[in-house]
Design a protein around this ligand. Structure first.
Ligand code: PAF
Length: 291
């Protein structure tokens, strides 16, 4: 598997074509591999599949896990190749954020869904500025026709969908493809951060997906939120939020009637986990999906 480290090396691999693209921070697990397989399905007529591996410093806050984030480029490149990647793009921090050309990595205007819901935006200040900055920069460097993102980071997905809608001239025709969250057989959403969990914490972490499943069948958003809080606290999770929101805007709703999403962020000692599911029994496919 060819690992391109510069835009020139990447361009040599892509030969002017617009790839199907999966941006990642590496430490690839089954969830990432499913995104790569989806990109492969979407890549027709010789379209290549490009996977970026870049642990982006600007989306981590002070005290977060930037330094200890798992880095395993060789194993990742092999796994990505087996899942269908044609080229790995693993740029240096200097290549993404060149000191001499700061204009190239300007933070795009953040859409409302990145600042208003008071979910990840409130608990990780600056996070979405970093995500939008790096994703915009990667889109510029890779030039994809389609990019695949998982629903696991649901607010991130909505932020990127809106950012791309706002910047149609910058990435003409770019399609954002959603992929459902991939789960372990016991329901835990796959995440690179699951590697931090000790065995007994892992059992408590299952309360998150169980709480979300309860929300699916609740009669009202309020009832869903109460049920989720109860089960999370019983399992000693420190809850950042456990809420039901409008699936598009991520703003609070009084009743089910629009597509709704239940979202949880909770901590087990020093491991912070997030997950989400459609709520209220209604939404299986958000009509606003796929910009
Ligand atoms: O979801 C991730 O892994 C990251 O936030 C992303 C989209 C690759 C940007 O660094």
């Amino acid at each position: 598997m060819r690992v391109a480290q510069t835009t020139q090396e990447l361009a040599d691999e892509l030969k002017g074509s617009r790839p199907a693209f999966v941006p990642t921070m590496g430490a690839l697990h089954g969830g990432h591999l499913a995104l790569i397989s989806r990109a492969k399905q979407l890549a027709r007529n010789g379209t290549r599949v490009a996977v970026s591996i870049f642990v982006n410093p600007t989306q981590f806050g002070p005290g977060e896990d930037y330094q200890r984030y798992p880095r395993m480029l060789e194993a990742d490149a092999t796994a990505a190749g087996l899942a269908g990647a044609d080229v790995i793009f693993a740029p240096s921090v200097e290549a993404v954020y060149p000191q001499q050309r700061r204009d190239l990595a300007r933070v795009p205007r953040l859409p409302e869904v990145a600042t208003q819901p008071k979910l990840e935006d409130a608990h990780r200040p600056g996070h979405f500025a970093g995500v939008c900055q790096v994703v915009a920069r990667l889109f510029d460097m890779v030039g994809p026709s389609v990019a695949v993102f998982g629903e696991k980071d649901y607010q991130q997905l909505r932020v990127i969908e809106e950012m791309v809608k706002q910047e149609t001239d910058r990435w003409p025709g770019l399609k954002i493809e959603r992929h459902p969250t991939v789960r372990e057989p016991d329901g835990l959403a796959m995440s690179s951060r699951n590697a931090y969990l000790h065995q007994e914490q892992r059992a408590d972490a299952l309360a998150i997906s169980r709480a979300l499943m309860l929300a699916r069948n609740a009669n009202s958003p309020r009832e869903a939120e109460q049920n989720m809080q109860e089960i999370l606290q019983w399992h000693r999770l420190a809850v950042d939020y456990a809420v039901v929101r409008d699936a598009r805007t991520l703003m609070p709703i009084e009743e089910f009637g629009v597509p709704a999403r239940a979202l949880i962020a909770a901590r087990l000692v020093n491991v912070r986990l997030i997950d989400n599911m459609a709520a209220g029994g209604g939404e299986t496919k958000d009509p606003h999906a796929g910009s």
